[in-house]
Write a protein that binds this ligand. Structure first.
Ligand code: BGC
Length: 910
């Protein structure tokens, strides 16, 4: 039988579009498409052809199964070099070759600082304390002769949008994104050949303050974190038919003026006065007599660096779902989904008339709930030009987290079709899916995806709406495994990790900042914090597990070694335990009072000690992978000493922990911190007891939440994990869903059962950290995980349980799509598995000791459904007043909560 086998065009590093990349020898990955069962690759051949048609490399037929991040087989590419790469493979039963793949085109950017001759130019005078209008910068120039190709290399201190001859260049948003501008400034390469013509041309850019000089931080924040002057750096290289290159670069021949964007701030929003538009400002022939010369600044001190992942883009629009009139008579639109982006208007009205849009994530007492935004006004204003024709407006350099917006000043009767939400996020490829028979659980999972996207706007943030939106390291430390399954974020987070390392290694003590890029002032920002700092190890590890990218581990190795070294030193001073009272610990334990999120049930020193051991274990393993044998041995020995100290300090001989809490047991079980089998069994049972006693409501914060279900599964209490995940009373994962949540909340009870907003001053409705349980849903409930880093070997291990009758997950692995799903059909458990070409799956079925191993293809296997009908019960009287039964929902020690509005759950307490 014929099985047509084809290969995808190779992907270079983690770039979907390899234009202007920073890697001179990019690694190559490809996927094979075939329906031949058990197909494996036996050999490959890579051919690289230069722009002139000359062959730069040809590997010939190379035996091997490698197809992920295969080393560049040719000479390193110098700056501005274009090449095309094709691959073909041999495999399957007959070892037949595939046809050549489509060509992937790669072009390097400006790899050396000396490639840049543009000057940094600013329109600013430098003594401004107020937010500045967006500046327009322009330069007219002539092109003599015909154009072969042209590239624009561009970046800014601030945010910018380039234009050439009246046309917008590219579709990226909020460029250059937010890197640690002290160390790394990202530039973008655009192919602008089609926008230029012989004769007169104009290049321009809008320049806002953005993260560089705009206001950042809470309690009023601060402007000018990176400097007082926003500035632009642009280098246009025009290659002509006569073989010469014409350069147009930013310098003091450029001029600037203000335009319609009279105010544009990330937190506060934008004001656009259309009467101030300068028509044709980026076209030749524009009357620029009232424009002022820009000022040249010294070159940027940061390294100019090419992107490692995709840019932020507009990814979809959402229409108004409902128009509401609030009790106070205001008009509010509801988009039906908490999202991140901004509103696009289409409106007709008189000149000077202002339409105001105020954004919020939720309503309280029927009005916009603005308190959670703290000092972010999240307000956009559009002042009409009044041409009589419909006017369209979308903000440029701001974004909001919102589901609702109040519309004020609409001329005439409000027309909801003139308003739509534009969703923005880093344009990541979706790679993971989950579905089950429980609609509430499915909605929860969807909320996790929405919170991921809303908080992946160039950097991984805590939340997208209030005066914060910072790259809190602890949040992504716990969420990275979920994120890496759901979206291909290796490129994006790989870049962010370089900033983490740069910031960390520039500090005298090598502590990891709480936020990256770091804009916090010392001392709070200059002190190591467990879990937050462990992001230095946990995030690269999660990315490696998913992508198999050893290069990323290598790049981060100095950062992770420095982190573990620092904390191990602190621990040594404390006799093996890091004794530091000032930790964030199990942040947002539901028992912590609203105003003190660090006041958790679990001792912060226990949390810190556990994380140090876990990071040291991982570092030892990473040392092995990187062939750093001495380090690996040293770290293994360190972990052993730390384990002994942990046991001495926190574990009783009978297996009780010093903090008798869900988080403490989860950490100890998952990180292997219990010295003996007896203690392990006892700890598992004690955790089960605590979970039952809590009425299956969650009692963990940031540290325990990603682990609690795994800990129960490991301890043989998977049924309790299922029961916890199905719980709807507050605090639980599904409680927000029953309250209508469309994203994951920061607090278990961001909205209280009576519909009011949590009184804590830190209350967001879009925070991914507590959604980190989705990783357990993928790996354990559906049962799909990587058995080895990079997914060449897949583990399928379904865990039916609770009231679920089916569950399914899919992941686009480096080899292709993998799926694992199960359904209960009477007495039978039917498991369906899809294995991509080149990979193998070990299928573990309940009740069978040895796994079944299957190669590429779709497989259906059946096993008896082992019905466990023992009731899942609560111990004690969880709904009665009592300290450890406090639900922590802002209604301490309350009587039974009102039944949430979801479907009632079958397993209710006796
Ligand atoms: C953020 C959190 C963060 C925490 C740590 C909060 O304000 O929103 O997600 O990790 O502070 O202090």
């Amino acid at each position: 039988m014929q099985h047509p086998t084809t290969v995808t065009a190779p992907v270079l590093e983690h770039h979907r579009l390899a234009l202007g990349i920073g890697e001179p020898a990019p690694r190559l990955s490809w996927r094979t498409r075939t329906d031949e069962p058990d197909w494996v690759q036996q050999a490959y051949r890579i051919r690289i052809v230069g722009a002139d048609g000359a062959t730069l490399a040809d590997t010939g037929r190379t035996p091997g199964a490698d197809c992920v991040l295969v080393p560049w087989p040719g000479p390193p590419l110098p700056s501005r070099t274009r090449a095309s790469v094709r691959v073909r493979v041999w495999g399957g039963a007959d070892g037949a070759p595939s046809p050549w793949s489509e060509a992937a085109t790669v072009e390097t950017g400006l790899l050396a600082p000396s490639d840049w001759c543009a000057r940094l130019v600013t329109p600013d005078t430098g003594d401004d304390e107020e937010a500045l209008p967006v500046a327009l910068l322009r330069r007219d120039f002539r092109i003599e002769g015909d154009i072969v190709s042209a590239r624009l290399y561009i970046t800014a201190h601030g945010t910018y949008e380039p234009e050439i001859n009246g046309a917008r260049v590219g579709d990226e948003v909020l460029e250059p994104g937010w890197t640690s501008y002290h160390h790394r400034l990202r530039y973008r390469t655009h192919d602008v050949t089609a926008l230029l013509r012989p004769g007169p041309n104009t290049i321009g850019a809008l320049l806002g303050e953005g993260w560089h000089s705009g206001r950042l931080g809470w309690d009023g924040g601060r402007r000018h974190h990176y400097g007082r002057h926003r500035s632009l750096l642009a280098q246009l290289e025009i290659h002509r038919t006569d073989g010469t290159t014409q350069l147009v670069t930013t310098d003091d021949h450029w001029t600037w003026a203000t335009g319609p964007l009279v105010r544009s701030e990330l937190y506060d929003g934008e004001t656009y006065d259309a009467r101030l538009e300068r028509d044709g400002w980026s076209r030749p022939g524009h009357d620029s007599r009232d424009w002022t010369r820009v000022r040249e600044l010294p070159p940027p001190t940061a390294r100019l660096t090419a992107p490692t992942g995709p840019p932020v883009r507009r990814t979809r629009t959402v229409p108004v779902r409902e128009v509401l009139t609030t009790p106070s008579g205001r008009t509010v639109v509801d988009f039906g989904q908490n999202l991140v982006g901004r509103i696009r208007l289409r409106v007709t009205g008189p000149a000077g008339h202002t339409v105001t849009l105020r954004h919020a994530e939720t309503l309280e007492n029927g009005e916009l709930a603005l308190r959670p935004l703290r000092q972010a006004s999240a307000t956009d204003r559009y002042v009409m030009r009044g041409t009589g024709a419909p006017e369209t407006y979308e903000p440029r350099f701001t974004l909001h987290g919102f589901r609702y917006a109040e519309v004020d000043g609409w001329p005439g009767p409000f027309d909801p079709t003139g308003v739509e939400a534009v969703v923005l996020h880093t344009d990541l490829e979706r790679t993971g899916w989950f579905e089950s028979s429980d609609p509430l659980l499915n909605r929860f999972h969807e909320n996790v995806v929405h919170s991921l996207l809303g908080n992946f706007v160039d950097i991984p943030t805590d939340c997208p709406q209030r005066d914060e939106r910072l790259g809190w390291t602890g949040d992504i430390a716990v969420f990275a495994p979920t994120a890496a399954f759901l979206h291909d974020c290796t490129g994006m987070l790989g870049g962010w990790l370089r900033d983490l390392a740069a910031e960390q290694l520039a500090r005298p003590d090598h502590s990891v900042p709480l936020v990256v890029p770091d804009i916090l002032d010392p001392p709070a920002g200059h002190q190591p914090h467990a879990l937050w700092g462990d992001a230095a190890v946990l995030v690269p590890w999660a990315l490696y597990r998913n992508s198999g990218d050893l290069g990323l581990l290598r790049a981060q190795y100095p950062s992770m070694t420095a982190w573990v070294g620092l904390v191990a030193g602190r621990a040594a001073e404390g006799g093996g335990v890091w004794r530091d009272p000032d930790q964030l610990g199990d942040w947002l334990d539901p028992a912590a009072p609203p105003e003190d999120p660090a006041a958790a049930r679990t001792d912060a020193e226990l949390v810190a000690a556990a994380h140090l051991i876990h990071s040291t274990d991982l570092l030892a393993e990473i040392g092995e992978l990187l062939d750093e044998k001495d380090d690996a041995g040293r770290h293994r020995a360190l972990a052993a000493r730390l384990r002994t100290a942990f046991a001495d300090e926190f574990v009783t001989p009978a297996g009780r922990l010093a903090s008798d809490s869900q988080t403490a047991y989860a950490l100890a079980l998952c990180f292997g911190l219990l010295p003996g089998e007896r203690q392990r069994l006892r700890a598992g049972d004690r955790l089960a007891q605590l979970v039952r006693r809590a009425g299956f409501r969650i009692a963990t914060g940031f540290a325990g939440t990603p682990l609690i279900c795994d800990a129960l599964s490991l301890a043989g209490h998977a049924r309790l994990a299922h029961r916890m995940v199905a719980e709807q009373h507050c605090p639980s994962w599904l409680y927000p869903v029953t309250m209508g949540a469309t994203t994951v909340w920061e607090r278990w009870d961001s909205m209280l059962p009576d519909g009011t907003v949590n009184p804590g001053q830190m209350t967001s409705f879009n925070h991914y950290a507590l959604g980190s349980v989705a990783d357990w849903l993928h790996r354990t409930v559906a049962g799909l995980s990587a058995a080895e880093p990079g997914w060449r070997r897949i583990r399928v291990s379904p865990s039916p349980g609770g009231t679920l009758t089916r569950a399914w997950a899919a992941h686009l692995t480096p080899y292709g799509r993998a799926e694992a799903g199960w359904r209960i059909e009477g007495p039978t458990l039917v498991v369906e598995v899809l294995v991509p070409p080149g990979a193998q799956a070990d299928i573990h079925l309940p009740g069978r000791s040895a796994p079944l191993t299957r190669g590429a293809g779709r497989h259906v296997v059946e096993a008896p459904h082992l019905i466990d009908d023992r009731p899942v019960t609560v111990t004690g009287h969880p709904f009665v007043a009592g300290s450890d039964r406090d639900c922590g929902c802002g209604a301490p020690n309350a009587a039974p909560h009102p039944e949430p509005h979801g479907r009632p759950h079958a397993e209710t307490p006796p």
